[in-house]
Write a protein that binds this ligand. Structure first.
Ligand code: SF4
Length: 747
């Protein structure tokens, strides 16, 4: 069989397994259906403005090019940018579709119908903002400003976090922490004294071995990582993929380990066993940098590959062979930390196991493993100290979830329920750039909390399920129409990047910074807004780091020198930010908080007869629900398919393409049917459904009603006992061939 190349991998990433037959690799790809001029745009003459893509959180820096008609025609990656190295993924290229989406929120709206009804009247900005300020004041004075929560996502969050701190609430939370990467951060913080952050600092270009555990690089198009992985593969990197599903990444792997779901920790512990008991770990590294090796050695003694086989279905020989592959590559080996790590409720411990395995292989701080990322400190524009809130998210979270390190969305939602047992209550929500109904599991609980809110305001670019529940909807302009704070994320070299408007805001939409400031001024918070617009703030900030807005408008990205080394020298002294100053194989903090100091395998329920574990994931042309109404991207993938193993198909007499419905263990049925895809690429005990489809907001005309929604079926949530994060891989579904929905689907 012909060896697959990096080019092949990138192409596969673009189309997904068995997906669309695009002719070109994704990162060179420009959708043929993007608005075109009669003659191709001449980049040397066209007006270009720097931007930062907001189609996903990767935030690639780019330039937007305008045609003679004044419209954005093209978005091309900025060559200086380390997030993208000048190449955008298909979603970023198709970002123009977000700007020119006819279904965008166009004017401020006030709800006139019942919650969820999506019935509004259009109002002026003054009317909307006055009302938001009045309700904020009312709730703040009655219950304290701490009782107002911000549930946010994306760059806009920063503007509202400043507003919240200014009026005295620190109760902000991003669904991405509880639902995605919170457990991973806690796992690494409790091992290395440092979290992973974004982008993940894995040096895949130089890796000899990459291990992916339920991480679908290539389907989750995290641009820089996809490119790095592709380069690593071209250079001969061995890939080991652990996944119940034969993902795009699995198709590029030397080893695919189709693990029984919910048993990953057993495999990780068995790998530790092999490395330690076969003397394959990096002894010098472990001796110099780690704490608790002897404890760990005793701890994993019982976790033999033979034991792990009984849990994982992975043969002992294969467990040993793959552990030896990792050891051979050490230290140029990366056990990838994953990103969406909220699975089964013991997620901090599972990610701790990944962190420990990396330490045994000596890969943290080593070329081909993990590098030390660096960022440049850009000072905040001077404003007075914020008022001290009387209580914060910590007071309702830390008693139970002692390892939580930031606000947790589901805890703030718990505090919003009428019958909450928590000692403080939330009474109003601001929601920015997140469709809470889709992004938070257990919709019924979210809806119950919504009914109890005295006031909800949503700030977003698009209508969605959650806008239907807002008292006021404020239309934000898209990233191509606004300034935002600088991107200052950590990377191999410190960089800053600028987003500025390529075109004026369309319709009556406004930038997030303007909306937050206008509310602040109406609340009498002028002293926190001593500037007239964000250009003034940015120019001041840029001058503090030796550049200016004028310069950044031309270059978009500026790179600074590193202050510290990228990797550890052999034998170099290093102090880790833990209690012991070492990498803690035995976590002293977890121990002190009453948790297992080393990961312990616990059994999780498996599906009963007739049920299959619901596994969800991504397709490369969509960022969950954010892109689904983008007609360019919807053209590429407008609906999802249910992956079903041939054995299951035979048992249920299913045909390829047949429409089915899903019913979960709690009797919840999918609103829309989904077509079956029969494939060996999924285990017989699981089904797979890409996320972001099955939209129920009729205002999203392109996306409405297409495909089935996994989020409707995620009603059982296993809470991570360390961080409070929401494990969502705990739902089982049965497959129904007759439509069980007698009524018309209600939005
Ligand atoms: S990875 Fe793609 S969608 Fe995400 S920011 Fe980069 S170009 Fe945009």
């Amino acid at each position: 069989m012909k060896k697959k190349t990096r080019r092949d991998f990138i192409k596969i990433s673009a189309i997904g397994v068995g997906g669309l037959a695009l002719a070109n690799p994704v990162l060179d790809w420009v959708p043929s259906f993007l608005p075109k001029e009669k003659t191709p745009i001449d980049e040397s003459k066209a007006e270009r403005t720097p931007t930062i893509c907001e189609v996903c959180f990767w935030n690639c820096a780019a330039f937007a090019y305008k045609g003679a008609d004044g419209k954005v025609q093209k978005i091309i990656g900025n060559d200086s940018d380390l997030h993208s190295t000048g190449r955008l993924c298909p979603r970023g290229t198709g970002g123009v579709g977000m700007l020119y989406d006819k279904d965008r929120l166009k004017k401020p709206l006030m709800r006139v119908g019942a919650p969820g009804s999506q019935t509004f009247k259009e109002v002026s900005w003054d009317e909307a903002l006055d009302y938001v300020a009045k309700k904020t004041k009312e709730v703040g004075e009655k219950y304290g400003y701490e009782s107002i929560a911000l549930l946010d996502h994306g760059t806009t969050a920063h503007h509202f976090e400043h507003l919240f701190k200014s009026f005295g609430s620190d109760n902000t939370a991003e669904p991405a922490i509880a639902q995605c990467l919170g457990a991973r951060e806690a796992g690494f913080i409790n091992t290395y004294g440092a979290g992973i952050g974004s982008p993940e600092p894995t040096d895949l270009r130089n890796s000899k071995c990459l291990v992916l555990i339920g991480s679908h690089i290539g389907e989750n198009m995290h641009n820089g990582i996809v490119q790095d992985m592709s380069i690593g593969i071209d250079r001969g990197m061995t890939v080991i993929t652990v996944d119940p599903r034969f993902s795009t990444a699995a198709s590029k792997s030397k080893y695919w380990l189709p693990i029984k779901p919910a048993t990953d920790l057993a495999l990780l512990l068995a790998w530790m066993h092999v490395l330690i008991y076969e003397d394959l770990y990096d002894k010098k590294y472990v001796e110099q940098y780690t704490y608790g090796f002897d404890d760990l050695k005793n701890h994993v003694k019982k976790y033999t590959p033979e034991w792990a086989f009984t849990k994982t279905d992975i043969a002992p020989d294969l467990i040993r062979k793959t552990a030896r592959e990792m050891a051979n590559a050490s230290p140029a080996v990366a056990i990838h930390p994953g990103r969406h790590t909220a699975w089964y409720g013991d997620d901090t411990q599972r990610t701790r196991a990944i962190a420990i395995l990396n330490a045994l292989l000596g890969s943290w701080g080593k070329k081909g493993g993990y590098y030390f990322p660096e960022k440049i400190h850009v000072p905040h524009y001077p404003t007075p100290h914020y008022p001290e809130p009387k209580w914060t998210w910590k007071d309702i979270t830390k008693d139970k979830y002692k390892g939580a390190f930031t606000g947790v969305t589901n805890i703030l939602i718990d505090a919003s329920l009428p019958d909450t047992k928590l000692k403080h209550k939330i009474k109003a929500w601001y929601i920015t750039a997140t469709n809470l109904i889709q992004s938070i599991p257990d919709q019924e609980k979210t809806k119950k909390a919504i009914q109890n809110m005295e006031f909800i305001v949503v700030v977003d670019t698009m209508p969605s399920e959650i806008t239907g529940y807002a008292d006021v909807v404020l239309p934000e302009c898209t990233y191509l129409e606004r300034y935002d704070y600088l991107r200052t994320t950590r990377h191999k070299e410190p960089q800053i990047a600028l987003r500025m408007p390529a075109v004026k805001p369309m319709y009556e939409s406004k930038p997030g910074w303007w909306i937050a400031r206008e509310i602040g001024l109406r609340l009498g918070l002028e002293k926190y807004y001593p500037w007239k617009d964000l250009e003034e703030v940015l120019d001041w900030q840029l001058k503090q780091v030796g550049t200016s807005l004028e310069e950044m408008k031309k270059i978009g990205v500026k790179t600074f020198d590193r202050e510290e080394a990228l990797f550890l020298e052999d034998g170099e002294e290093y102090f880790f930010n833990t209690n012991t100053g070492k990498i803690e194989l035995y976590s002293t903090d977890l121990d002190a908080m009453g948790y297992d100091p080393m990961p312990v395998f616990k059994e999780h329920p498996q599906p009963e007869d007739g049920f299959y574990r619901l596994i969800y994931g991504r397709v490369p042309m969509h960022t969950f629900g954010r892109t689904i109404n983008n007609r360019f991207l919807n053209d590429l993938r407008s609906e999802n398919h249910l992956w079903v193993n041939p054995k299951v198909a035979k048992l249920l007499y299913l045909e390829p393409g047949q429409e089915v419905w899903l019913r979960n263990q709690d009797g919840v049925v999918s609103s829309y049917p989904v077509k079956v895809r029969i494939t060996e690429r999924i285990r017989f005990d699981s089904v797979y459904l890409p996320h972001g489809f099955g939209n129920k907001a009729k205002q999203m005309k392109t996306a409405y009603g297409k495909g089935a929604a996994d989020w409707e079926l995620i009603t059982k949530v296993l809470i991570d006992d360390v961080t409070g994060g929401t494990g969502m891989r705990s739902n089982f579904v049965e497959i129904l061939t007759d439509n069980p929905n007698n009524e018309e689907v209600k939005a």
